[in-house]
Write a protein that binds this ligand. Structure first.
Ligand code: SAM
Ligand code: SF4
Ligand code: SF4
Length: 333
């Protein structure tokens, strides 16, 4: 099963809720996601049974990795039950979860017991004031640290940490994050601030390029490049020369990886998005609830993936490179 650019379907990210207990300024700015924002009404959310059925359909098309996300996935009641259902699908080799960590201490053990093996926790700063400013929630960073420690204590491995670095906002804490991750044996990954959606006021000047972060860390804690472990690995990996683990860079802005993008995304209301930046999703819930057979659902997914041509990040960097060239020649000329 390959798309128009020869990319197989391997990974599925499933959003289990559109709600969140944070209002990260780069993701759900409070001005937009305020009190009167209309989140999906409950009946619109896919049930766990519906999600599992769709995951089975995707697995038949080649999906081997499933990541549960959101919104904040741990706001969805009884999430471990979904982990267990997906874990029972033979073809699925890997189930992961991305969470802001606030509720992780409470659920880590149950998630592990349900079959979750690893977890990714988003953590943008260890400085409480910076952390609060970025998440725009009345939650101390210590709560997230407790969640990370609970995940480690429950035996989830690896615990990955995702940090989005914004120029002038949390860049001063990069080395602290690196040290924290090393001490705990966590894999830290920096994500370049992306222009997802239309509400986060993204500006290229706020992106701290991955190469700059690597140089900064390398100056304190020497690094060497690690070879990618598989096609489609989005993080550029770097190992600490002293054997103290590794750090990854998700350079979606400065080094886009669309050519290897094997990911599909399923929204909480059952729409299939073939790119993080796609404007429209393809409705799977409608046919599912109208009684479509597995074969019909499978044909639908196959036809959507087969028609896929998305390469937004590459196109954006071509575009921004173009804009820069114009500026350079203007100044230089
Ligand atoms: N709420 C969970 C969490 O924060 O981990 C899961 C969903 S969140 C949308 C998934 C990841 O997307 C987080 O690691 C977050 O930092 C990242 N993210 C959100 N907006 C972003 C942006 N504009 N640029 C880069 N990463 C972003
Ligand atoms: Fe919520 Fe995660 Fe978005 Fe922050 S990044 S607002 S925690 S969904
Ligand atoms: Fe994949 Fe779209 Fe991101 Fe490119 S921009 S890597 S196609 S999700």
């Amino acid at each position: 099963m390959i798309d128009q650019l020869g990319r197989p379907l391997r990974d599925l990210r499933v959003s289990v809720t559109d709600r969140c207990n944070f209002r990260c300024t780069y993701c759900m700015p409070r001005e937009v996601y305020g009190r009167d924002f209309h989140f999906l009404p409950r009946p619109d959310l896919l049930s766990f049974e519906e999600i599992s059925r769709l995951v089975r359909v995707f697995a038949a098309h080649g999906v081997r990795k499933v990541r549960l996300t959101g919104g904040e996935p741990l706001l969805r009641r009884d999430l471990p039950a979904l982990v267990a259902q997906i874990g029972a699908i033979d073809e699925v080799e890997d189930i992961a979860l991305t969470t802001n960590g606030v509720l992780l201490a409470r659920h880590a053990r149950a998630l592990r017991d349900a079959g979750l093996r690893r977890v990714t926790v988003s953590l943008d700063s260890l400085d409480d004031a910076v952390f609060r400013a970025m998440s725009d929630a009345d939650v101390p960073v210590a709560r997230v640290v407790e969640g990370i420690d609970a995940a480690l204590a429950a035996g989830l491995r690896p615990v990955k940490l995702n940090a989005v670095i914004r120029r002038g906002v949390n860049e001063a804490g990069v080395l602290d994050l690196a040290r924290f991750a090393r001490e705990r044996g966590c894999v830290l990954r920096f994500i370049e601030f992306m222009d997802v959606g239309t509400t986060n006021g993204w500006r290229l000047e706020e992106v701290v390029p991955a190469a700059e972060l690597v140089a900064r860390i390398d100056a304190e804690m020497p690094l060497e490049p690690a070879t990618p472990s598989y096609r489609g690995e989005v993080a550029g990996r770097h190992r600490y020369r002293d054997g103290g683990g590794e750090v990854g860079m998700i350079a979606s802005v400065t080094q886009p990886f669309c050519a290897d993008c094997t990911r599909a995304r399923l929204s909480a209301d059952g729409r299939l998005y073939t790119c993080l930046f796609a404007g429209e999703g393809h409705d799977l819930r409608g046919p599912l609830r109208a009684g479509a057979s597995d074969t019909e659902l499978s044909d639908l997914v196959g036809s959507i993936w087969g028609a896929r041509r998305d390469r937004y990040s590459e196109a954006r960097s071509e575009l921004t490179a173009g804009l820069r060239r114009v500026e350079m020649s203007f100044i230089g000329g």
